[in-house]
Design a protein. Structure first.
Length: 97
């Protein structure tokens, strides 16, 4: 029991700076980072074989929070770029299949 308690305290000391950084970072930083970690975990574990869209969809919602960090003047251009990319992918898939 003593070794477990001391290990728990040591782990707490290692995690405390990271927990403090998460508290000060705010949700617009923490949520996208958590989504990236979840997607990487799903990808590296082999969970996302062949059904990528269904596995990743719940996490992509939290990645959208990162767009709050875009400069206000360029948000329209990013939106236009996203629309152009979506149309290009749709057109390429439509013509290939």
């Amino acid at each position: 029991p003593g070794a477990a308690a001391s290990g728990w305290r040591a782990a707490g000391r290692l995690v405390a700076p990271a927990a403090a950084a998460v508290r000060t970072a705010g949700p617009t930083v923490v949520l996208p980072l958590a989504a990236v970690v979840a997607v990487l975990g799903a990808d590296l574990s082999g969970l996302s074989k062949a059904e990528v869209e269904r596995i990743w969809l719940p996490f992509i919602v939290w990645l959208l929070v990162a767009t709050a960090w875009l400069p206000a003047g360029s948000r329209r251009w990013w939106l236009a770029g996203q629309a152009a990319t979506a149309l290009a992918v749709n057109h390429l898939v439509w013509t290939v299949s």
